[in-house]
Design a protein around this ligand. Sequence first.
Ligand code: ATP
Ligand code: MG
Ligand code: MG
Length: 353
Amino acid sequence: GSTIGIIGGGQLGRMLAMAAARLGYRTVVLEPQADCPAAQVANRQITAAYDDAAALAELAAASAVVTYEFENVPVAAASTLAAKVPVYPPARALEVAQDRLAEKKFLNGVGISTADFRAIDNDAELTSALKEFGGSGILKTRRLGYDGKGQRVFRNMDTGGFSGTCEAMGNVPLILESFVAFEREISVIAARGLDGSIAAYDPAENVHRDGILHTSTLPGGISHETAAAAQAAVAKVLAALDYVGVIGVEFFVLADGSLLANEMAPRVHNSGHWTEAAATVSQFEQHIRAVAGLPLGTPGRHSDCVMENLIGDDVSRVPALLAEPDLMLHLYGKAEARAGRKMGHFTRISRRS
Ligand code: ATP
Ligand code: MG
Ligand code: MG
């Protein structure tokens, strides 16, 4: 079989490598951290920075196709690679997803609503934008935020002035989003193949704890109309980007069932981990199928389920979880259970409703 290159060696890269192996592919992982979760599974690791020119040349030479497991792959590195070997998803998807401002403009541009937003570069802009939003909003770094990091919430604040706020956020480009009083949060995991075909899983309903995904539940408590609208929105995103691979798009669901897109990840997504336990073709296999040019699998779900993340000390629950019936456990092989660190997840399945 041929070799698939994967940029990034975390748990997502590890699960991609597992799925690739099952389809008969070899994998080579580019990751600066030695003994990363993916390297325990992949055939080979190139231990170097993501933008190291020699490492990128080595990755291109070793791979029939290159993909990635995180959205902060330097766009220049993806473009350099793309001159030598197919890189999926396309670099344009990285560009859009790396910057919350570009992301919202892109989503609005293809007809998908988001929270109202303003680009913020200084405290004066923050003060006036918060005033426009009636004193409430969420200030976020435009780049590099994850698990709720790099965010500050303002609720019904006096908008007299916020000197020092932008400095406290690191003097980086920011975005203020209006505060969405959502009823629930969902995400759609979908894939687009090389032939342009699209397959979307049913939306998961997601609950966050301390800014980190806690559970994903299937089915979510949304109507068929809302589910179909979310899937249709993601299909628009995929087509507009001439996308190849799996994408995860998060939405807020309002009380009337309408949707606002929150953000998108051009990769397999934590809220899609349930697919390994409750769908015949997991998101990881689906991504490998897409980037390898194979037909997509049907995204049907054979069971209802709840996926839960194991964060930090949660790993102490493993013995009890192993004793439960109808539970699939997945650990990432990380030695140190630091606070806030994703150590694994499990999925409880039940008969399909
Ligand atoms: P992830 O780990 O999913 O990449 P992130 O750090 O990129 O997270 P967001 O998804 O933007 O952050 O926000 C984290 C959570 O904060 C959301 O899932 C939602 O619960 C809440 N949130 C974000 N933006 C808003 C908003 N505009 N209005 C209300 N709640 C919000
Ligand atoms: Mg995010
Ligand atoms: Mg998010």
